[in-house]
Design a protein. Structure first.
Length: 122
């Protein structure tokens, strides 16, 4: 009695790729632009767009489902998955006064799209 068989099963390869979809929340009318503040334009974000990953500034209270619903409503594409990153506020020295100040806490969302889908920014 062998635990691992020597026979290999032939797996059928489908011609069309499998399409993944992130869970989406239904948003009230006009709330999509409150969930997606703006596209995030940085060198790293622009390089990622070539791979189908788009970056957006989002509010602290936004969930992945709300972001997916807003992307669907604004750009008419189905996101594959969404990753959220919380960026801490930086402590900066003040130039004219003694002491330090704190920059604002920010949050960004990485939106992954299926192959062939794109988002056009103006």
């Amino acid at each position: 009695m062998a635990l691992f068989g020597t026979k290999k099963e032939n797996k059928k390869l489908s011609a069309s790729p499998r399409i993944h979809r992130a869970r989406q929340a239904k948003l009230a009318a006009g709330l999509a632009h409150e969930v997606i503040h703006a596209p995030w334009f940085s060198e790293k974000a622009l390089i990622a767009t070539e791979k189908g990953v788009y970056t957006f500034a989002v509010p602290q209270r936004a969930t992945k489902e709300e972001i997916a619903g807003a992307i669907k409503e604004i750009y008419n594409v189905e996101p594959k998955k969404i990753r959220i990153v919380n960026l801490p506020g930086k402590v900066k020295a003040l130039r004219t006064r003694h002491g330090v100040g704190v920059r604002a806490v920010r949050r960004k969302a990485y939106v992954y799209l299926n192959a062939g889908d794109t988002i056009q920014f103006a």
